[in-house]
Design a protein around this ligand. Structure first.
Ligand code: GUN
Length: 290
């Protein structure tokens, strides 16, 4: 078994980005600027946004956080998005999800200028991804593709089972892996909560991508020997024995599954840092496209 080390891969990507930012600055350009809009006080979201801004500092980007309170109206958020769309000093921005219940997520995503949508969530960017056109690809599936690429994992002709069909992970992941690219050319099955015979299906997977949001959902009896397992799960659980008090736990029973795998990611040094590195790549792309 070999660990897919997203921590060191993402470090390498940040280094590559930092070198490009150095070049931009030394030729008199301004640094790329990413804005994160955060609504409310969800601990996990606050944590993710803090890590994203720390990454920006590391590579030399400018970054800002617009923190709005939980009672912010949908209109106020839409007005803020309109201002960000119009601000030429801002190359890209994200609205951290999930949003409070009273705000319509689709309406918010539709309001973002696709040229600044570095999350790759807008219909135009999702459509471009489907067609294989230049675009911003959603950070988590893009980060996983990058991890597969950097470890030279063969996907062509393999059966890839994606557990989860969300707009931001499962669905784009399945499309990217099935495209005629490298990595890609896999035969993909998307499975979800209504799929019958899930265990038997998972046992046919050469590559198993788990984005279902249930801690320890994939157990050793669901994985055949030699499978590549990618764990997207990051559920915050309370654990007073751990330093943070709230460790993130994956969707895969890592300790028991790892010995059956050829490759496996671990939480939180696998997909999480790769996702954040992809966001930086998208922001640099947004800056360069201007
Ligand atoms: N919440 C969980 N993942 C993401 C992400 O990739 N982008 C945004 N904006 N919110 C998220």
């Amino acid at each position: 078994m070999q660990l897919l080390d997203g921590k060191s891969c993402s470090q390498q990507i940040r280094q590559e980005i930092a070198e490009q930012v150095d070049q931009i600055k030394s030729s008199g350009g301004r640094a790329p600027h990413l804005v994160a809009v955060l609504i409310g006080n969800d601990g996990a979201s606050q944590n993710y946004v803090a890590m994203k801004t720390r990454d920006c500092d590391e590579v030399g980007f400018n970054s800002s956080v617009i923190h709005m309170n939980n009672a912010t109206t949908e209109q106020k958020l839409l007005d803020t998005i309109a201002e960000l769309n119009a601000d030429s000093d801002i190359d890209g921005f994200i609205v951290q999800l999930p949003l409070p219940q009273h705000i319509n997520e689709s309406k918010v995503i539709l309001a973002i200028d696709p040229k600044k949508d570095v999350d790759g969530f807008c219909p135009e960017n999702v459509g471009n991804m489907n067609l294989g056109l230049p675009t911003f690809i959603s950070a988590t599936p893009n980060g996983i593709m990058e991890l597969l690429r950097r470890y030279d994992i063969k996907t062509e002709g393999k059966h890839c089972v994606v557990l989860g069909r969300s707009n931001i992970v499962g669905t784009p992941m399945a499309i990217l892996l099935s495209r005629n690219t490298k990595p890609g050319n896999a035969t993909v099955t998307i499975a979800h909560s209504r799929t019958k015979g899930l265990k038997e299906l998972c046992l046919t997977a050469d590559i198993l991508i788990v984005a279902i949001g249930k801690t320890g959902f994939v157990t050793a009896d669901m994985v055949k020997k030699g499978t590549v397992v990618i764990d997207v799960g990051q559920t915050r659980v309370s654990d007073t024995t751990r330093k943070s008090g709230f460790p993130n736990v994956g969707d895969v029973d890592f300790e028991n599954v790892k010995n059956k795998c050829s490759y496996i990611t671990y939480v939180t040094g696998g997909v999480g840092p790769m996702t954040r590195a992809s966001l930086l790549q998208n922001t640099l792309k947004a800056y360069q496209r201007k």
